[in-house]
Design a protein. Structure first.
Length: 438
């Protein structure tokens, strides 16, 4: 990554995620007074006084009573290893605890710049502040994340230690991996990256946040977004952490350039699988259907065709779908996903000249004339491409009310035959001449 990395570490429930959200200016990490809520490393870009860096929120590294403690600690240690500067956050209300001393020992061994922060000093209490000098990490910075007290001093200290680097380049294509719980999204991300970036477990619901990982492949930059599994709404308590996670996954779809919709090939396609694909389609995102766990499927010469027919039936609303059949466990065909992502994104970014577009429209009209309605015939005047991602075409007609849905579908199919638009939805808008003249 081209920006310096700053990792926020500490034991559970000391306010790391609140600090992270305050600095980044938006609610990215889940904030809840439950130890162990942030399980994975969360990345977001930040800026202070013209200096840019990437902030990493981490899971708490304290109690072995928390689920996945070993993995959480491993994730925090990876973040520490990657970071240029480490923010060690403690809790002023609790005072200095033995677990803080253990973390401090771990941090001193890194030989990296460490900014010691004492949070939750809401009334500027300093009685407990002096105890933290015992950690041997320099002067502690008193703050209150909730009241935004002391944050500027901490940011000044962070940026003072940042290495000098060139201004960050764009992070490249962002690719979100979405699907039901336990279909293998995290495993696929890990296989692509080549190391355990996110926690992988056979227990559904392990990934709670949408996790961004920038990386470079064959000279091209990408950001992979691993998301929480999305269950049906009725199976989620409104105020539960999982409810927040599903909203985070939906937000990841909205901000991604490309979406990998992951299915479990060893199971029947479910209503929820179709619903998730529909969300991606409605957002107008180019996508790839990833049939994971292909190693578990009994195969013959006709298996792939059978699955294609099944997908075509279940995903009839997105007939443009592109599918790949992979195994995160064995790595089979996983390497094709980035190439396929590039392909479908190029289709979504395709722009044609008005002349070529109107030639295609004219040929389609000659093949099948527009229908009549109550004695009036639809007349297509001309068309133009208004946008990309998704490709958006505006067709000017004599009266948009004469456009039957079947003819609109015919025109869309004609455009897809003329231009390779596989893997991307398109928008086709018919505008009446009177509407255009307003």
């Amino acid at each position: 990554m081209s920006k310096p990395l700053v990792a926020v570490v500490g034991r559970s429930n000391v306010g790391k995620s609140t600090f992270f959200n305050k600095i980044c200016g938006k609610r990215i990490s889940i904030v809840k007074d439950t130890p162990g809520v942030t399980r994975d490393r969360i990345y977001a870009d930040a800026e202070w006084c013209g200096k840019f860096f990437t902030l990493i929120d981490t899971g708490g590294i304290e109690s072995d009573k928390i689920d996945f403690f070993t993995e959480i600690k491993a994730q925090a240690e990876i973040a520490i290893d990657l970071a240029d500067v480490i923010v060690f956050m403690t809790d002023g209300r609790d005072g200095l605890l033995e677990s803080d001393k253990e973390i401090a020992t771990l941090l001193r061994n890194t030989k990296k710049p460490i900014v010691l922060v004492v949070n939750k000093l809401d009334n500027n209490e300093t009685d407990t502040l002096y105890d933290f000098y015992e950690l041997g990490l320099g002067e502690p910075f008193p703050i209150s994340c909730e009241q935004s007290y002391g944050l500027g001093d901490v940011l000044d200290e962070i940026t003072r230690h940042l290495p000098t680097k060139n201004e960050a380049e764009e992070s490249g294509l962002s690719i979100a991996f979405v699907g039901k719980p336990n279909v293998g999204k995290s495993s696929i991300v890990n296989k692509i990256l080549g190391f355990d970036r996110v926690i992988v477990s056979d227990v559904a619901g392990t990934t709670r946040d949408a996790i961004d990982t920038p990386f470079v492949y064959n000279g091209a930059k990408y950001t992979l977004i691993d998301t929480a599994g999305m269950r049906r709404k009725r199976g989620i308590e409104d105020e539960s952490v999982e409810r927040y996670s599903v909203l985070r996954a939906i937000a990841a779809i909205k901000r991604a350039d490309i979406v990998m919709i992951v299915f479990d090939a060893s199971e029947e396609i479910s209503e929820q699988d179709v619903r998730i694909a529909g969300m991606v389609h409605d957002e107008g995102k180019p996508s790839v259907i990833v049939m994971n766990k292909w190693d578990k499927v009994e195969k013959d010469a006709h298996t792939v065709n059978k699955y294609r027919d099944m997908l075509a039936q279940q995903l009839s609303f997105m007939s443009y779908f592109q599918a790949e059949y992979v195994s995160a466990l064995t790595g089979k065909r996983v390497e094709r996903l980035l190439d396929l992502a590039e392909t479908v994104y190029s289709h979504a970014s395709n722009r044609v000249t008005t002349g070529v577009l109107n030639d295609v429209i004219s040929d389609a009209i000659r093949m099948t004339e527009p229908p009549t309605h109550n004695g009036r015939r639809l007349k297509i005047l001309y068309a133009t491409q208004a946008d990309t991602n998704p490709p958006t075409y505006v067709v000017f007609v004599n009266d948009e009310k004469l456009v039957h849905f079947s003819y609109k579908r015919y025109m869309e199919n004609s455009l897809r035959r003329a231009f390779d638009l596989s893997g991307t939805p398109i928008k086709l808008k018919f505008v009446g001449r009177e509407e255009n003249s307003k």
